[in-house]
Ligand binder design. Sequence first.
Ligand code: AMP
Length: 181
Amino acid sequence: MVRPMEAAQVQKLDAAIRDVPDFPKPGILFKDITPVMADGDLFKLSIAAFLDIAEELGPVDKIVGIDARGFIFGAAVAHHLGIGFIPVRKKGKLPWETESVAYDLEYGSNEVEIHTDAVQPGESVLLVDDLLATGGTAGAAVDLIEKIGGKLLGLAFLIELGFLNGREKLGDAEVRSILTY
Ligand code: AMP
């Protein structure tokens, strides 16, 4: 039985997230999650919420985290579950054989990579990241997992910017967010 996070706990996380206008460029309201990570109780609370999602969608064989804040949450979740953690990294950072997927940003494009042997065929994977915005990054990570033979259980985010409709890029995938704006 998965317990939904209590409203008071969601509120505590919400209160700690810092809105930074015009970062990294004009017009973007950046959701700064560093205060959540810097507070032991809040960090634990956020990981507990991710663990609830893992329990709901699981059993999970591997956690895939997206460069860079997805590493922080994803690694903590994997450690707690006693399962492996796999990084999806920006192009050129992974040393072994990789699969890569390019995707469009608002201006220009980006490319992310995963090691080809990061999951065994058929292993169940939960994707973790800090924030779902337009869904471009998460969509590319989903493609990477599928390319190397992983079975996607779903995606878990601390924050979803609902007004950007990122879910639409994720097709039928199960998407769970701890906080939605
Ligand atoms: P997207 O590909 O548009 O869904 O962007 C997702 C990635 O960009 C996430 O991994 C976030 O870390 C970062 N990001 C995008 N928009 C914001 C925002 N408003 N505040 C904080 N991080 C953001």
